[in-house]
Ligand binder design. Structure first.
Ligand SMILES: [Zn+2]
Length: 320
């Protein structure tokens, strides 16, 4: 862990608990609009976040936030857009009831190839397999990662990031290569990473949840050829539109990866909005195709959530 993140981990809870964070934020003035990007948060964690948000933030409708970005009301209260990525079943069973009871609206980004999948994502399998294994290193081709005995989560994350940028066709063999070294992930751990299906997205859409596209296969779009890129963008949109029986206007780049070619693909596929993973407030210039979102860890404390919204933390660049 570097000095910066250590300083952050130590100071944020103190700033939050002592009320200094709020005091500093009030002096700095207006809070911006923040889109939060959740993935597979549990109800135990999200309930504490929802209670905090209902007291300290205003949740915006993801289909009606343009005015707050381009012509903001001057308020200390943070304005938040809630987004959930990757279509986990836990969102249906545990998170949606909390959203409903707080009357919060949210975007739910779905990679369509995984609808109804029994396997879960390759990246969850890799993460869980590495965390559960006792091997002290992972080798992929000529690359080697040493694994510490404890705290393997971050190294697993680095390995997944490397694998995400693999050329199409290489990924499957890389997954096998890693699982050969770790063994399969424990079934019990995989249970919390099961994915949703067509019937569930149909049932939730319009009930506070707005279903949106997150490509077909969740690959890094910048490394695909034009035909595959087009399939990911147009194919996922068409599939969701036929399930939901309405137009699908929102898209989120898998892992935030995009470049000029991907942006023009999003535009010509007919999306109206696209969401990235840049950790900052939303500015008018980001609309409509490069809307930043602040990642929030599925185990984040309320203090961390408060920091993600804080004008002070945004000003000094400690939001990531
Ligand atoms: Zn994703």
């Amino acid at each position: 862990m570097n000095v910066r993140s250590l300083a952050k981990e130590m100071t944020i809870p103190v700033l939050y608990r002592t009320g200094l964070l709020r005091a500093a934020d009030r002096r700095l003035g207006r809070a911006g609009v923040v889109a939060l990007s959740y993935h597979n948060v549990s109800s135990a964690v999200f309930r504490t976040h929802a209670d905090f948000l209902s007291q300290h933030a205003r949740i915006l409708d993801p289909n009606d936030f343009r005015n707050e970005v381009s012509d903001p009301t001057h308020s200390h209260q943070a304005m938040v857009i809630l987004t959930f990525d990757d279509g986990y079943k836990r969102f249906v069973d545990q998170i949606h009831p909390i959203l409903e009871s707080h009357q919060f609206k949210a975007l739910w980004f779905i990679p369509t190839n995984y609808l109804g999948s029994e396997q879960g994502f390759w990246f969850d399998q890799i993460q869980l397999a590495i965390e559960a294994s006792t091997t002290d290193k992972i080798t992929i081709g000529s690359r080697v990662w040493k694994l510490p005995k404890r705290g393997r989560r971050y190294t697993a994350y680095q390995i997944k990031t490397f694998m995400k940028s693999a050329r199409p066709g290489l990924l499957d063999s890389m997954v096998e290569e890693v699982l050969d070294q770790t063994g399969r992930p424990p079934i019990e751990a995989l249970k919390n990473h099961m994915l949703t299906n067509e019937a569930e997205i149909q049932a939730l859409d319009g009930r506070g949840v707005h279903v949106a596209s997150h490509s077909q296969s969740h690959r890094n779009l910048t490394v695909l050829d034009d035909d595959d890129l087009n399939d990911e963008l147009v194919g996922s949109k068409q599939q969701l539109e036929s399930v939901l029986n309405r137009e699908v206007a929102h898209f989120a780049f898998p892992s935030g990866d995009h470049d000029e070619r991907v942006l023009s693909g999003v535009r010509s596929a007919g999306y109206q909005w696209a969401w990235t993973t840049e950790a900052r407030y939303i500015n008018a210039a980001d609309l409509p195709y490069q809307i930043p979102r602040v990642l929030i860890d599925d185990k984040a404390s309320v203090a961390t959530l408060a920091a993600k919204l804080s004008p002070l933390m945004h000003r000094i660049g400690l939001v990531k």
